[in-house]
Design a protein around this ligand. Structure first.
Ligand SMILES: Cc1ncc(COP(=O)(O)O)c(C=O)c1O
Length: 400
């Protein structure tokens, strides 16, 4: 059930991968003077930094690894609290636990991203980081989040795993906070099967993230030899073959975003003109969103349930993957003091919104997001129109 990039694999990816196969260099580290060594990981890092407009980019093995490296980059460790919304992929939350930190869950608002009004209620003297998640390609309310972070001297980690290519007030998501983390897994805007990227303008954060991703070494393993490594790291490295594939996909990014935005506009306009009562679209915080999904919110859960079932789909509450209530591994988690920190329905506003919400696919076709109904990036104009008209007909018969 892939994202748009996975529908579009072809010559661009093949050529890049063949380059690596004929070079004999598979690791990100090779003999720099050797012309056969194509340095795909480093090239991907440079391209990413240039597209995002940041000083540094670090390519890693996945979005979860990118979040972990970012957290360590920002100095998160044992006992440090990180604010994370209750509607996200489980990895945003568990990555914090994996580096020893404590995730504190916040509510979402009708943009389906972190509710800025809930942030200050959740800040304690142990809080160091706010992690907005740009869910379903929609940037969080970064104006307010950055304001609050500044006021309380906190750092901001943007989880951009679902927002590769999105911008907020003219800047790419991931480049606005202190550090940004991306995923290249199969459901994302572009993919390399698995993969991740960290971006930042801060040298210290970059160096720490790099060290965490590669056994404590300084960037490119240069200048830090045995005896000088200052940080405990693990191995989150990406290899040359994966980076080559990602470079091929990156050439498609602009076209993917343009196509998704056109399809979403057509789909949304038809639904808008259908004048369905008691239903609204989720709040989009910036027109630079990715347009991977279209999200509708009904006046109550009962109506949403009926509509979802008529569409052969599910409400977001019941979609499984991204709702804290459905993360049994989190609900069963016991910390080192023997305490359970998370319980079902601890976020009533989030529960209310998600019980009334249905996702429709535009480019990410993922029943795990509750997006069983919709189109994909290859759907022709007629198919998009037909699907949108079908939605109007089905849902009107329920709400009228
Ligand atoms: C919001 C969010 N954060 C983190 C991740 C983790 O990314 P990965 O699967 O590449 O580890 C995902 C992936 O689904 C995600 O959607």
């Amino acid at each position: 059930m892939p994202g748009p990039g996975a529908y579009l694999v072809g010559d661009a990816e093949r050529k890049e991968v063949e380059d690596v196969l004929s070079s004999g260099y598979l690791s990100r580290y090779g003999k720099v003077g050797d012309k056969r060594f194509k340095q795909k990981v480093v090239t991907l890092e440079n391209r990413f930094a240039s597209i995002m407009g940041t000083e540094y980019a670090l390519v890693v093995n996945g979005g979860t690894g990118a979040i972990m490296a970012s957290l360590v980059g920002l100095g998160v460790g044992p006992g440090v609290e990180v604010l994370v919304p209750g509607y996200t992929f489980v990895a945003s939350i568990t990555a914090v636990i994996a580096v020893g930190g404590i995730p504190i869950l916040t509510e979402i608002d009708k943009s389906l991203t972190m509710d800025p009004d809930d942030i200050e209620k959740k800040i304690s003297n142990r809080t160091r980081v706010i992690m907005p998640v740009h869910m379903l390609g929609n940037p969080g309310n970064l104006t307010k989040i950055m304001e609050i972070a500044k006021k309380h001297k906190l750092l901001v980690l943007e989880d951009c795993c679902q927002s590769l290519g999105a911008s907020y007030q003219g800047k790419m998501t991931g480049s606005i906070g202190d550090i940004g983390a991306f995923s290249l897994n199969i459901n994302k805007t572009i993919t390399s099967g698995d993969g991740g990227v960290v971006i930042t303008n801060n040298k210290e954060f970059y160096e720490r993230a790099f060290g965490f991703h590669d056994q404590g070494h300084k960037p490119l393993r240069m200048g830090v030899e045995i005896g000088k490594r200052s940080l405990i790291g693990i191995n989150l490295r990406m290899n040359e073959l994966t980076a080559a594939f990602a470079l091929g996909q990156l050439t498609r990014l602009d076209e993917i975003l343009k196509t998704l935005r056109q399809k979403k506009k057509l789909f949304k306009d038809i639904i808008k003109n259908g004048s369905i009562k008691n239903m609204e679209f989720r709040k989009i915080n910036d027109p630079g969103e990715c347009a991977t999904l279209l999200t509708v919110i009904f006046k109550d859960g009962k109506t949403a349930e009926k509509a979802a079932s008529a569409l052969n789909s599910k409400t977001v509450s019941k979609s499984g993957w991204h709702v804290y209530n459905n993360m049994e591994q989190l609900l069963n988690y016991v910390n080192s003091d023997g305490k359970k920190l998370y319980r079902k329905h601890m976020l009533p506003r989030t529960d209310d919104i998600l019980s009334r919400t249905i996702n429709l696919s535009i480019g990410v076709v993922d029943p795990g997001l509750g997006a069983d109904f919709g189109v994909n990036i290859l759907s022709a104009k007629e198919e998009v129109k037909n699907r949108a008209n079908e939605f109007v007909k089905i849902v009107r018969s329920i709400v009228d």
